[in-house]
Design a binder for this molecule. Sequence first.
Ligand code: UN1
Length: 503
Amino acid sequence: MAKKYQNFINGVWKDASTGKFSENRNPADKDDLIGLFPSSDENDVREAVAAAREAFKKWRLIPAPKRGDVLKVVGDIMLEKKDEIAFEMTREMGKVFAETKGDTQEGIDTAYYAASEGRRLFGYNAPSELKNKMNLSFRIPIGVAGIITPWNFPMAIPTWKIFPALVCGNTVVFKPAELTPKTATTLVEIIDEAMKQVLGNEYIPGVLNLVHGKGRVVGEEFLANPGIDLISFTGSTEVGRRINEVGGKMLKRVSLELGGKNAQIVMNDANIDLALDAVLWGAFGTTGQRCTATSRLILHKDIHDKFIDKLLERVKKLKLGYGNDKGVDVGPCISEAQRNTVHSYVEIGKNEDRATLLTGGEFSAEGNLSKGWFYKPTIFTNVTRNMRIAKEEIFGPVLAVIKCNNLEEAIDILNDTEYGLSSSIFTNNVNDAFTAVRDIQAGITYINGATIGAEAHMPFGGVKGTGNGHREGGWTVYDFYTEWKAVYIDYSGKLQRAQIDNY
Ligand code: UN1
């Protein structure tokens, strides 16, 4: 009998009020049942929100450096358990062990960054226009943060959101992706352990609550519940729009990290082998299931044919398999449904769009692979910018190659998308590199680097349809989790009237 997991509400592990569970299975081996996780409903969310609101009264008064100390211990525990976390993450999510270790490391980096931010959280001061008066401003917590996270970075993305929320003095209700509830459970266990260690008798139940379940049920209650002040969401554009719409009506603060259709440009003067390494990593790392994945490759016509020959040779060497086995390069798609979506795009590319299928384009089901949701790394050539496979986010191991004549056209093609998350150009021409930095419309641009692999202490997010203007990561995320308070201190002993007494 598979282990039953629970929600964590008000400091207590408990079943969902529905009494129902859903299965979590290994995407590389559908016979491997990892556990049963609660199928919660709105009642569980309401209970969690009430607990978080109550906890907020006390947590906001814990000094920020001490809140930071909790995150320091969280980072230490994660570091100690890194391999164990990564192994289990590969088992439930599918990407290879080196990558789940990387995902965990991103969480550790975020923990230490948040810990140090507990001693910064800088405000500004400014001179007053009046004598004997001081103007200060500082950050204050907002309240209860609703955190909704995807399955592709089961550890890193929750940490980007939960750690800054907590260090700023907010309390949290966390709904992880249904497909990766185990990693989320581990994260919550670690944070709670650190809270207990650091706060001792001052421990406050309800600062962090975990509610498993479906977006349509649990997520909807996040929107409807007036006790949730802010929502941070990473996921599909469709769900993001819905959150923005309802959140907007309710005057909730909303941070959205949505789709991408990221491109790598390779110019005719580029280091070809370097650009090859990058596109293989960017397009097929994480089985293409990153918001930052390279899904378009824009090749200068002079090097196009040579590059494609080498790419084909290299891509055929990628080894598919269970990510915890040695020597595996690419894991499965996360689920059967996701693999079907990928395949339907391949059909669109072949038939509707009439691009050339260079390699892949089918399930990979040899031997043990038949037990999982494997899909062969796929490359289309002769793609033009208006084809659906060049425009829509596929979220799988599919790369669309587009030929270009010059830099201007390359950038124009790159920008011709509703999204604007990550981007990359390979060139050794310094003028072209700086032109690209200036003209590419994206939140992230790499020069001579793959489109994936943003660092935890830098602003992360996109322009245009990728989001709604917020950034995660680095110092910028702290703007989302705090309000500004302006404070005027008059020590003149009289009523000084701004805008009147001095002009
Ligand atoms: C995502 O796919 O949503 O920049 C996050 C990267 C990783 C994070 C990806 N650090 O590729």
